[in-house]
Design a protein around this ligand. Structure first.
Ligand code: PHE
Length: 453
Protein backbone atom coordinates (compact mmCIF):
# COMPACT_ATOMS: atom_id res chain seq x y z
CA UNK A 1 0.00 0.00 0.00
CA UNK A 2 2.58 2.54 -1.08
CA UNK A 3 0.03 5.24 -1.83
CA UNK A 4 -1.14 5.32 1.74
CA UNK A 5 -1.37 8.79 3.23
CA UNK A 6 1.34 9.81 5.66
CA UNK A 7 2.52 12.68 7.80
CA UNK A 8 4.91 14.96 5.94
CA UNK A 9 7.37 15.78 8.72
CA UNK A 10 8.64 14.77 12.13
CA UNK A 11 7.11 17.88 13.61
CA UNK A 12 3.80 16.93 12.04
CA UNK A 13 3.97 13.48 13.67
CA UNK A 14 4.68 14.94 17.09
CA UNK A 15 2.16 17.78 16.96
CA UNK A 16 -0.67 15.68 15.55
CA UNK A 17 -0.17 12.87 18.04
CA UNK A 18 0.40 15.28 20.90
CA UNK A 19 -2.81 16.96 19.72
CA UNK A 20 -4.61 13.70 20.30
CA UNK A 21 -3.07 13.27 23.73
CA UNK A 22 -3.55 16.86 24.86
CA UNK A 23 -7.26 17.26 25.34
CA UNK A 24 -9.99 17.71 27.87
CA UNK A 25 -8.14 15.11 29.90
CA UNK A 26 -5.29 17.56 30.50
CA UNK A 27 -7.20 20.76 30.98
CA UNK A 28 -10.39 19.47 32.54
CA UNK A 29 -9.82 16.04 34.11
CA UNK A 30 -6.22 16.36 35.31
CA UNK A 31 -6.68 19.50 37.43
CA UNK A 32 -9.76 18.24 39.23
CA UNK A 33 -8.21 14.84 39.82
CA UNK A 34 -5.06 16.46 41.15
CA UNK A 35 -7.26 18.72 43.29
CA UNK A 36 -9.15 15.76 44.73
CA UNK A 37 -6.09 13.58 45.23
CA UNK A 38 -3.67 15.75 47.13
CA UNK A 39 -2.03 17.93 44.44
CA UNK A 40 1.73 17.38 44.31
CA UNK A 41 1.75 13.69 45.29
CA UNK A 42 -0.75 12.95 42.58
CA UNK A 43 1.40 14.74 40.03
CA UNK A 44 4.55 12.84 41.01
CA UNK A 45 2.80 9.49 40.72
CA UNK A 46 1.15 10.61 37.51
CA UNK A 47 4.45 11.51 35.86
CA UNK A 48 5.94 8.19 36.99
CA UNK A 49 3.00 6.33 35.46
CA UNK A 50 3.39 8.18 32.18
CA UNK A 51 7.08 7.39 31.97
CA UNK A 52 7.03 3.80 33.11
CA UNK A 53 3.72 2.55 31.80
CA UNK A 54 2.21 5.07 29.41
CA UNK A 55 5.22 5.31 27.11
CA UNK A 56 5.61 1.53 26.61
CA UNK A 57 1.89 1.17 25.91
CA UNK A 58 2.02 4.02 23.44
CA UNK A 59 5.01 2.44 21.69
CA UNK A 60 3.10 -0.85 21.42
CA UNK A 61 0.22 0.79 19.63
CA UNK A 62 2.66 2.58 17.36
CA UNK A 63 4.23 -0.76 16.53
CA UNK A 64 0.92 -2.33 15.56
CA UNK A 65 -0.12 0.69 13.49
CA UNK A 66 3.11 1.26 11.64
CA UNK A 67 3.53 -2.42 10.93
CA UNK A 68 -0.02 -2.78 9.62
CA UNK A 69 -0.15 0.50 7.71
CA UNK A 70 -3.92 0.30 7.80
CA UNK A 71 -6.82 1.14 10.10
CA UNK A 72 -6.62 -0.24 13.63
CA UNK A 73 -8.78 -3.30 13.03
CA UNK A 74 -6.84 -4.34 9.97
CA UNK A 75 -3.48 -3.62 11.56
CA UNK A 76 -4.25 -5.96 14.44
CA UNK A 77 -5.52 -8.50 11.96
CA UNK A 78 -2.25 -8.43 10.06
CA UNK A 79 -0.30 -9.31 13.19
CA UNK A 80 -2.89 -11.72 14.56
CA UNK A 81 -2.22 -14.24 11.81
CA UNK A 82 -5.75 -15.55 11.66
CA UNK A 83 -6.07 -15.83 15.43
CA UNK A 84 -8.89 -14.14 17.37
CA UNK A 85 -6.48 -11.44 18.59
CA UNK A 86 -7.79 -9.39 15.67
CA UNK A 87 -10.81 -8.71 17.85
CA UNK A 88 -8.73 -6.26 19.91
CA UNK A 89 -8.46 -4.03 16.87
CA UNK A 90 -12.21 -4.11 16.28
CA UNK A 91 -12.81 -3.32 19.93
CA UNK A 92 -10.38 -0.41 19.69
CA UNK A 93 -12.24 1.00 16.70
CA UNK A 94 -15.57 0.53 18.44
CA UNK A 95 -14.30 2.25 21.59
CA UNK A 96 -12.97 5.16 19.55
CA UNK A 97 -16.22 5.38 17.62
CA UNK A 98 -18.47 5.36 20.69
CA UNK A 99 -16.31 7.82 22.56
CA UNK A 100 -16.34 10.27 19.64
CA UNK A 101 -20.00 11.10 20.18
CA UNK A 102 -19.65 11.45 23.92
CA UNK A 103 -16.43 13.48 23.68
CA UNK A 104 -18.11 15.74 21.13
CA UNK A 105 -20.81 16.62 23.66
CA UNK A 106 -18.29 17.88 26.21
CA UNK A 107 -16.33 19.59 23.42
CA UNK A 108 -19.60 21.24 22.38
CA UNK A 109 -20.01 22.65 25.89
CA UNK A 110 -16.58 24.24 25.48
CA UNK A 111 -17.70 25.96 22.29
CA UNK A 112 -20.87 27.11 23.98
CA UNK A 113 -18.72 28.63 26.74
CA UNK A 114 -16.54 30.40 24.17
CA UNK A 115 -19.69 31.94 22.75
CA UNK A 116 -21.10 32.80 26.18
CA UNK A 117 -17.80 34.45 27.19
CA UNK A 118 -17.69 36.36 23.96
CA UNK A 119 -21.15 37.87 24.31
CA UNK A 120 -20.58 38.58 27.99
CA UNK A 121 -23.00 36.01 29.41
CA UNK A 122 -20.45 34.47 31.75
CA UNK A 123 -20.92 37.02 34.46
CA UNK A 124 -22.84 36.72 37.69
CA UNK A 125 -22.69 35.35 41.21
CA UNK A 126 -21.52 31.80 42.07
CA UNK A 127 -25.08 30.49 42.00
CA UNK A 128 -25.52 31.93 38.53
CA UNK A 129 -22.62 29.87 37.14
CA UNK A 130 -24.06 26.74 38.64
CA UNK A 131 -27.51 27.33 37.22
CA UNK A 132 -26.00 28.33 33.90
CA UNK A 133 -24.18 25.02 33.55
CA UNK A 134 -27.07 22.87 34.71
CA UNK A 135 -29.48 24.64 32.37
CA UNK A 136 -27.08 24.38 29.48
CA UNK A 137 -26.28 20.70 29.88
CA UNK A 138 -29.93 19.74 30.25
CA UNK A 139 -31.22 21.97 27.46
CA UNK A 140 -32.77 20.00 24.57
CA UNK A 141 -31.34 22.16 21.79
CA UNK A 142 -28.22 24.16 22.61
CA UNK A 143 -25.77 21.39 23.54
CA UNK A 144 -26.93 19.29 20.60
CA UNK A 145 -26.37 22.25 18.33
CA UNK A 146 -22.83 22.78 19.62
CA UNK A 147 -22.08 19.06 19.43
CA UNK A 148 -23.01 19.15 15.76
CA UNK A 149 -20.96 22.32 15.22
CA UNK A 150 -17.78 20.80 16.65
CA UNK A 151 -18.29 17.58 14.71
CA UNK A 152 -18.75 19.52 11.49
CA UNK A 153 -15.56 21.45 12.25
CA UNK A 154 -13.80 18.12 12.76
CA UNK A 155 -15.24 16.83 9.50
CA UNK A 156 -14.02 19.86 7.58
CA UNK A 157 -10.49 19.22 8.80
CA UNK A 158 -10.51 15.45 8.42
CA UNK A 159 -11.92 15.41 4.89
CA UNK A 160 -8.81 17.22 3.67
CA UNK A 161 -6.70 14.20 4.42
CA UNK A 162 -3.85 13.37 6.73
CA UNK A 163 -1.28 15.90 5.57
CA UNK A 164 -3.49 18.77 4.47
CA UNK A 165 -6.11 18.21 7.11
CA UNK A 166 -4.89 16.70 10.37
CA UNK A 167 -1.23 17.66 10.12
CA UNK A 168 -1.81 21.20 8.94
CA UNK A 169 -4.51 21.90 11.51
CA UNK A 170 -2.35 20.47 14.31
CA UNK A 171 0.59 22.62 13.28
CA UNK A 172 -1.58 25.69 13.69
CA UNK A 173 -3.63 24.71 16.70
CA UNK A 174 -1.00 23.21 18.97
CA UNK A 175 1.32 26.23 19.07
CA UNK A 176 -1.71 28.51 19.55
CA UNK A 177 -2.83 26.36 22.43
CA UNK A 178 0.60 26.59 24.00
CA UNK A 179 0.74 30.36 23.72
CA UNK A 180 -2.72 30.73 25.25
CA UNK A 181 -1.69 28.42 28.04
CA UNK A 182 1.36 30.53 28.85
CA UNK A 183 -0.63 33.77 28.80
CA UNK A 184 -3.21 32.42 31.24
CA UNK A 185 -0.58 30.82 33.48
CA UNK A 186 1.19 34.19 33.61
CA UNK A 187 -2.00 36.06 34.49
CA UNK A 188 -3.03 33.48 37.08
CA UNK A 189 0.37 33.33 38.80
CA UNK A 190 0.50 37.10 39.18
CA UNK A 191 -2.63 37.24 41.29
CA UNK A 192 -2.33 37.94 45.01
CA UNK A 193 -1.79 34.76 47.04
CA UNK A 194 -1.18 32.78 43.88
CA UNK A 195 1.78 31.15 45.62
CA UNK A 196 -0.63 29.06 47.69
CA UNK A 197 -1.84 27.37 44.53
CA UNK A 198 1.69 26.86 43.30
CA UNK A 199 2.60 25.35 46.63
CA UNK A 200 -0.37 23.02 46.49
CA UNK A 201 0.78 21.83 43.08
CA UNK A 202 4.44 21.37 43.85
CA UNK A 203 4.86 20.73 47.56
CA UNK A 204 4.18 17.06 48.14
CA UNK A 205 2.36 15.92 51.23
CA UNK A 206 3.28 12.26 51.33
CA UNK A 207 0.69 11.49 53.96
CA UNK A 208 -1.90 11.80 51.19
CA UNK A 209 -0.69 8.74 49.30
CA UNK A 210 -3.07 5.82 49.29
CA UNK A 211 -4.12 3.22 46.74
CA UNK A 212 -6.84 5.52 45.46
CA UNK A 213 -4.41 8.28 44.57
CA UNK A 214 -2.15 5.77 42.92
CA UNK A 215 -4.78 4.10 40.79
CA UNK A 216 -6.46 7.36 39.83
CA UNK A 217 -3.11 8.67 38.60
CA UNK A 218 -2.58 5.50 36.63
CA UNK A 219 -6.03 5.67 35.03
CA UNK A 220 -5.61 9.33 34.23
CA UNK A 221 -2.24 8.80 32.59
CA UNK A 222 -3.68 6.21 30.19
CA UNK A 223 -6.67 8.34 29.33
CA UNK A 224 -4.55 11.40 28.81
CA UNK A 225 -2.17 9.62 26.48
CA UNK A 226 -5.08 8.41 24.31
CA UNK A 227 -4.17 4.79 24.94
CA UNK A 228 -6.45 1.94 23.82
CA UNK A 229 -8.87 3.84 21.60
CA UNK A 230 -7.31 3.10 18.26
CA UNK A 231 -6.03 6.68 17.89
CA UNK A 232 -2.34 6.00 18.39
CA UNK A 233 -2.48 2.96 16.18
CA UNK A 234 -4.29 4.81 13.41
CA UNK A 235 -1.91 7.78 13.52
CA UNK A 236 1.09 5.45 13.58
CA UNK A 237 -0.13 3.92 10.34
CA UNK A 238 0.75 7.31 8.83
CA UNK A 239 4.28 7.37 10.32
CA UNK A 240 7.25 6.77 8.07
CA UNK A 241 9.83 4.01 8.35
CA UNK A 242 12.26 6.57 9.75
CA UNK A 243 10.10 7.63 12.69
CA UNK A 244 11.82 6.69 15.94
CA UNK A 245 8.86 5.29 17.84
CA UNK A 246 10.38 5.47 21.31
CA UNK A 247 11.62 9.00 20.84
CA UNK A 248 8.27 10.13 19.42
CA UNK A 249 6.37 8.50 22.31
CA UNK A 250 8.70 10.14 24.84
CA UNK A 251 8.35 13.58 23.28
CA UNK A 252 4.58 13.28 23.14
CA UNK A 253 4.49 12.11 26.76
CA UNK A 254 6.59 15.08 27.84
CA UNK A 255 4.32 17.55 26.00
CA UNK A 256 1.29 15.86 27.50
CA UNK A 257 2.65 16.08 31.06
CA UNK A 258 3.78 19.64 30.55
CA UNK A 259 0.38 20.77 29.35
CA UNK A 260 -1.33 19.01 32.25
CA UNK A 261 0.96 20.69 34.78
CA UNK A 262 0.58 24.07 33.09
CA UNK A 263 -3.19 23.57 33.19
CA UNK A 264 -2.81 23.13 36.94
CA UNK A 265 -0.77 26.31 37.06
CA UNK A 266 -3.51 28.10 35.23
CA UNK A 267 -6.26 26.99 37.57
CA UNK A 268 -4.89 26.54 41.11
CA UNK A 269 -3.18 29.89 41.65
CA UNK A 270 -6.37 31.67 40.54
CA UNK A 271 -8.57 29.39 42.67
CA UNK A 272 -6.43 29.77 45.79
CA UNK A 273 -6.16 33.49 45.29
CA UNK A 274 -9.93 33.82 45.76
CA UNK A 275 -10.11 31.11 48.40
CA UNK A 276 -11.93 28.50 46.32
CA UNK A 277 -11.09 24.87 47.10
CA UNK A 278 -9.84 23.04 44.00
CA UNK A 279 -11.54 19.74 44.81
CA UNK A 280 -14.94 20.43 43.33
CA UNK A 281 -14.76 17.52 40.86
CA UNK A 282 -15.83 17.52 37.22
CA UNK A 283 -17.67 20.82 37.53
CA UNK A 284 -14.36 22.58 38.27
CA UNK A 285 -13.96 23.93 34.77
CA UNK A 286 -17.52 24.84 33.92
CA UNK A 287 -18.85 26.10 37.23
CA UNK A 288 -15.98 26.96 39.55
CA UNK A 289 -13.56 28.42 37.08
CA UNK A 290 -15.62 31.13 35.36
CA UNK A 291 -16.48 32.35 38.84
CA UNK A 292 -12.84 32.18 39.94
CA UNK A 293 -11.68 34.22 36.96
CA UNK A 294 -14.39 36.77 37.51
CA UNK A 295 -13.57 37.21 41.18
CA UNK A 296 -9.81 37.09 40.73
CA UNK A 297 -9.86 39.87 38.20
CA UNK A 298 -12.70 41.83 39.77
CA UNK A 299 -10.49 44.92 39.87
CA UNK A 300 -9.98 44.65 36.11
CA UNK A 301 -13.17 43.27 34.54
CA UNK A 302 -11.72 43.51 31.02
CA UNK A 303 -8.90 41.24 32.04
CA UNK A 304 -11.37 38.80 33.55
CA UNK A 305 -13.34 38.84 30.32
CA UNK A 306 -10.26 38.24 28.18
CA UNK A 307 -8.82 35.48 30.36
CA UNK A 308 -12.09 33.64 30.54
CA UNK A 309 -12.55 33.88 26.78
CA UNK A 310 -8.99 32.74 26.08
CA UNK A 311 -9.39 29.88 28.51
CA UNK A 312 -12.43 28.47 26.72
CA UNK A 313 -10.81 28.96 23.31
CA UNK A 314 -7.86 26.96 24.61
CA UNK A 315 -10.15 24.26 25.96
CA UNK A 316 -11.97 24.04 22.63
CA UNK A 317 -8.71 23.76 20.69
CA UNK A 318 -7.52 20.98 22.98
CA UNK A 319 -10.84 19.20 22.54
CA UNK A 320 -10.84 19.62 18.78
CA UNK A 321 -7.39 18.11 18.18
CA UNK A 322 -8.36 15.08 20.29
CA UNK A 323 -11.69 14.80 18.54
CA UNK A 324 -9.87 14.78 15.20
CA UNK A 325 -7.88 11.74 16.24
CA UNK A 326 -10.96 9.94 17.52
CA UNK A 327 -12.84 10.73 14.33
CA UNK A 328 -9.91 9.52 12.24
CA UNK A 329 -10.02 6.06 13.85
CA UNK A 330 -13.45 5.35 12.41
CA UNK A 331 -12.90 7.35 9.22
CA UNK A 332 -9.86 5.24 8.32
CA UNK A 333 -11.81 2.12 9.24
CA UNK A 334 -14.83 2.88 7.06
CA UNK A 335 -12.72 4.17 4.21
CA UNK A 336 -10.69 0.98 4.00
CA UNK A 337 -13.29 -1.57 4.97
CA UNK A 338 -16.09 -0.17 2.83
CA UNK A 339 -13.68 0.72 0.00
CA UNK A 340 -15.08 4.17 -0.21
CA UNK A 341 -13.68 7.69 -0.44
CA UNK A 342 -12.27 9.51 2.54
CA UNK A 343 -14.99 12.15 2.29
CA UNK A 344 -17.79 9.66 2.34
CA UNK A 345 -16.23 7.70 5.20
CA UNK A 346 -15.77 10.90 7.19
CA UNK A 347 -19.36 11.88 6.51
CA UNK A 348 -20.65 8.53 7.77
CA UNK A 349 -18.67 9.01 10.97
CA UNK A 350 -19.76 12.61 11.46
CA UNK A 351 -23.43 11.84 11.01
CA UNK A 352 -23.47 8.69 13.12
CA UNK A 353 -21.44 10.15 15.97
CA UNK A 354 -23.60 13.29 15.92
CA UNK A 355 -26.62 11.05 16.46
CA UNK A 356 -24.88 9.24 19.33
CA UNK A 357 -23.80 12.61 20.76
CA UNK A 358 -27.33 13.98 20.51
CA UNK A 359 -28.74 11.03 22.44
CA UNK A 360 -25.99 11.34 25.06
CA UNK A 361 -26.68 15.01 25.44
CA UNK A 362 -30.45 14.61 25.62
CA UNK A 363 -30.04 12.00 28.33
CA UNK A 364 -28.66 14.65 30.66
CA UNK A 365 -32.04 16.06 31.53
CA UNK A 366 -33.98 16.94 28.42
CA UNK A 367 -35.39 13.47 27.92
CA UNK A 368 -35.93 11.06 30.79
CA UNK A 369 -36.42 8.04 28.56
CA UNK A 370 -32.67 7.87 27.97
CA UNK A 371 -31.88 6.75 31.47
CA UNK A 372 -31.07 3.13 32.22
CA UNK A 373 -30.83 1.68 35.72
CA UNK A 374 -30.86 5.20 37.12
CA UNK A 375 -27.94 6.44 35.03
CA UNK A 376 -28.12 8.72 32.01
CA UNK A 377 -26.99 7.35 28.66
CA UNK A 378 -24.16 9.90 28.80
CA UNK A 379 -22.80 8.31 31.97
CA UNK A 380 -23.20 4.84 30.51
CA UNK A 381 -21.03 5.81 27.58
CA UNK A 382 -18.44 7.22 29.90
CA UNK A 383 -18.51 4.08 32.01
CA UNK A 384 -18.59 1.42 29.32
CA UNK A 385 -15.99 2.99 27.04
CA UNK A 386 -13.66 4.56 29.58
CA UNK A 387 -13.84 2.04 32.37
CA UNK A 388 -14.48 -1.25 30.61
CA UNK A 389 -13.37 -1.12 26.97
CA UNK A 390 -10.32 1.06 27.55
CA UNK A 391 -8.66 -1.17 30.15
CA UNK A 392 -9.67 -4.34 28.32
CA UNK A 393 -8.23 -3.16 25.00
CA UNK A 394 -5.11 -1.79 26.73
CA UNK A 395 -4.54 -5.01 28.65
CA UNK A 396 -5.04 -7.26 25.63
CA UNK A 397 -2.75 -5.08 23.51
CA UNK A 398 0.08 -5.54 26.01
CA UNK A 399 -0.48 -9.30 26.17
CA UNK A 400 -0.69 -9.49 22.41
CA UNK A 401 2.53 -7.59 21.78
CA UNK A 402 4.43 -9.02 24.74
CA UNK A 403 3.46 -12.64 24.45
CA UNK A 404 2.01 -13.40 21.06
CA UNK A 405 3.55 -11.33 18.26
CA UNK A 406 6.97 -12.75 17.26
CA UNK A 407 9.67 -10.73 19.05
CA UNK A 408 11.53 -10.24 15.81
CA UNK A 409 8.69 -8.18 14.35
CA UNK A 410 8.38 -6.15 17.53
CA UNK A 411 12.15 -5.59 17.74
CA UNK A 412 12.37 -4.58 14.10
CA UNK A 413 9.68 -1.95 14.49
CA UNK A 414 11.10 -0.81 17.82
CA UNK A 415 14.60 -0.31 16.46
CA UNK A 416 13.71 0.63 12.88
CA UNK A 417 15.11 -2.65 11.60
CA UNK A 418 18.28 -2.32 13.64
CA UNK A 419 19.08 1.18 12.36
CA UNK A 420 18.68 2.67 15.81
CA UNK A 421 21.54 0.82 17.46
CA UNK A 422 20.92 2.03 21.00
CA UNK A 423 17.37 0.93 20.84
CA UNK A 424 18.32 -2.66 20.22
CA UNK A 425 19.67 -2.51 23.78
CA UNK A 426 16.59 -0.80 25.21
CA UNK A 427 14.36 -3.42 23.66
CA UNK A 428 14.58 -5.82 26.59
CA UNK A 429 13.55 -3.16 29.05
CA UNK A 430 10.60 -2.28 26.88
CA UNK A 431 9.63 -5.92 26.51
CA UNK A 432 9.82 -6.50 30.25
CA UNK A 433 7.49 -3.57 30.90
CA UNK A 434 5.01 -4.59 28.25
CA UNK A 435 5.00 -8.26 29.23
CA UNK A 436 4.64 -7.97 32.96
CA UNK A 437 4.40 -4.49 34.43
CA UNK A 438 1.89 -2.81 32.12
CA UNK A 439 -0.71 -5.61 32.02
CA UNK A 440 -0.58 -5.90 35.79
CA UNK A 441 -0.99 -2.15 36.23
CA UNK A 442 -3.94 -2.06 33.84
CA UNK A 443 -5.56 -4.97 35.64
CA UNK A 444 -5.28 -3.02 38.88
CA UNK A 445 -6.87 0.09 37.37
CA UNK A 446 -9.65 -2.06 35.98
CA UNK A 447 -10.47 -3.70 39.29
CA UNK A 448 -10.19 -0.37 41.04
CA UNK A 449 -12.60 1.32 38.66
CA UNK A 450 -15.10 -1.45 39.15
CA UNK A 451 -14.84 -0.95 42.88
CA UNK A 452 -13.39 -4.43 43.42
CA UNK A 453 -10.05 -3.13 44.71
N1 PHE B 1 -6.18 12.08 25.47
C1 PHE B 1 -7.36 12.84 25.35
C2 PHE B 1 -7.44 13.84 26.46
O1 PHE B 1 -6.55 13.98 27.24
C3 PHE B 1 -8.58 12.01 25.37
C4 PHE B 1 -8.57 11.03 24.31
C5 PHE B 1 -8.57 9.74 24.64
C6 PHE B 1 -8.52 11.43 23.02
C7 PHE B 1 -8.50 8.80 23.66
C8 PHE B 1 -8.46 10.52 22.04
C9 PHE B 1 -8.45 9.20 22.37
O2 PHE B 1 -8.44 14.49 26.57
Amino acid sequence: MSDRANFGSKLGVILATAGSAVGLGNVWRFPYMAGENGGAVFIIIYVACVLLLGIPCMISEFIVGRHGRANTARSFQTLANGKPWALIGYMGVLTGFLITGYYAVVSGWCLQYVWASLIGHLQGDPQYFKTYFIELSSDPVKPVFWTVVILVMTYLIIENGVRNGIERASKMMMPTLFVLLLIIVGASCMLPNAYKGIEFLFKPDFSKINSDVFLSALGQSFYSMSIAMGCLCTYASYFSKETNLTKAASQIAIIDCLVAILAGLMIFPAAFSVGVEPDSGPSLIFITLPNVFQQAFSGMPVMGYIISLLFFVLLSLAALTSLMSLHEVSTAFFQEELHTTRKRAALIVTVSTAIIGAFCSLSLGAYDGLTFYGEALFDWFDFVTGQIFLPVVGFLTCIFIGWFVPHKIVRDEFSNWGELKDYVRYFHRYLFLIKYVCPLAILLIFLHQLGIL
